[in-house]
Design a protein around this ligand. Structure first.
Ligand code: ADP
Ligand code: MG
Length: 370
């Protein structure tokens, strides 16, 4: 799918702007602090209904204003749709073709995106939470219903954790929560495993294409560190998780905290048989993150989908060689790509004439070439 038009009102530092963007590449360029990332963020908010850098939606509204609006026209398998996201008095309101969407899932079917921001280096080198966030986001992009599963699991987990902390927990009450946790956790674990399987092969291929000389021999692999058994399906994982929870119940009571479950899993990223987390150089980490994102696009293609790719701050992120190979890979795909950069010359020529360049200055947008 792609966006063919985008209109912002009172969004961050953009008072009002509209952009015609029926194009494979949309390059947002301009100096720092002008609003490039703000525009990218708006596209991401459409795709996920969440910001990648702000948990309090009110901050998305322009200072001094009450209502922020994002309007877009999306074009994809579901046809051409008019989308509207609006935040008014802290309340979010969605419209599809002028009416409320039948469900959030129906909304997510219309606009999908894969995001790459500089902070995503943490997927390789950061704590397990960063990798869980990656795999959960990938699972959501692949199958938006995952969001409900993950949310249900987190809700029950929070309630159980609160009970343990309260000191009023006992075996009977814990068992009741654990029954729910095992059922919900199994769905989360299997969905993660599934998306990981889909990413495995494209990840390897994309990494081979992106990695530079010297890294070329490097082969990569993904694995889940979890209770295991995911390949056997939800029922088996449910059983294993229930057993693990039962085995740790006394311990959890004693220590007053939750000790087992998919919220402690990790995605292991291996480079030449070793954990990239500990051994990847900065350059290698960059290749790995890019390859993961491109693998998401490739896995989507295998499912017959084409989410947008949003890339923030390319200039600071990639050296010349990786940049060229990255653009070369993108040329072979047909996803719409949004990218921000302080220096559009750095990108070099984009494949085909199918690119628009937009200069962002103080929250205003101006198309600079066709
Ligand atoms: N809610 C808001 N209202 C007005 N301005 C905002 C708001 N949120 C952020 N900004 C402004 O947006 C600018 C940053 O935009 P950003 O998109 O991060 O810039 P860049 O072009 O470097 O990516 C800053 O000047 C910041 O003050
Ligand atoms: Mg920025």
């Amino acid at each position: 799918m792609r966006l063919t038009a985008l209109e912002l009102s009172r969004w961050r530092n953009v008072a009002r702007a509209s952009l015609s963007c029926d194009s494979r590449f949309v390059v947002l360029h301009g100096d720092n602090g002008q609003g490039k990332t703000n525009v990218l963020e708006a596209v991401w908010v459409l795709a996920t209904l969440r910001s990648f850098r702000e948990s309090r939606p009110r901050r998305l509204v322009q200072h001094g204003a009450d209502i922020a609006t994002i309007r877009a026209v999306s074009s994809g398998p579901a046809g051409t749709r008019r989308l509207q996201w609006r935040l008014e008095g802290g309340q979010r309101n969605l419209r599809v073709d002028g009416g409320p969407p039948t469900s959030l899932l129906a909304w997510f079917e219309l606009v999908r995106a894969v995001l790459f921001v500089p902070e995503h280096q943490s997927i390789v080198r950061g704590e397990p939470a960063a990798r869980r966030a990656f795999i959960d986001r990938a699972a959501f992009t692949a199958r938006p219903a995952f969001l409900d599963h993950a949310r249900d699991y987190r809700r029950v987990l929070r309630q159980k954790a609160a009970l343990l902390r309260s000191g009023r927990a006992d075996v009977a009450r814990l068992r009741a929560w654990d029954e729910q946790l095992a059922a919900l956790g199994a769905r989360v674990a299997v969905a993660r495993w599934q998306v990981l399987q889909e990413l495995q092969e494209p990840f390897r291929t994309m990494h081979a294409r992106i990695a530079g000389k010297g890294e070329e021999a490097g082969h990569v692999r993904l694995a889940m560190r979890s209770l295991g058994g995911e390949e056997a399906g939800v029922d088996e994982v449910h059983r294993r998780l229930a057993a693990a929870l039962a085995a740790h119940r006394e311990d959890e009571l004693r220590r007053g905290r939750v000790l087992v479950g998919p919220h402690r899993d990790d995605v292991l990223i291996e480079l030449n048989g070793r954990l990239a987390r500990h051994y990847a150089s900065q350059g290698q980490a960059r290749s790995i993150v890019l390859a993961l994102k491109l693998a998401e696009l490739d896995a989507a293609r295998a499912r017959g989908e084409a989410p947008m790719l949003l890339v923030d701050d390319l200039t600071s992120e990639l050296d010349r060689g990786r940049m060229e190979r990255f653009v070369e890979v993108l040329a072979g795909l047909d996803n719409q790509v949004w990218m921000t950069t302080t220096d559009p010359a750095w990108l070099g020529p984009l494949p085909g004439e199918n690119a628009i360049r937009v200069r962002v200055v103080g929250g205003t947008l101006k198309a600079t070439s066709g």
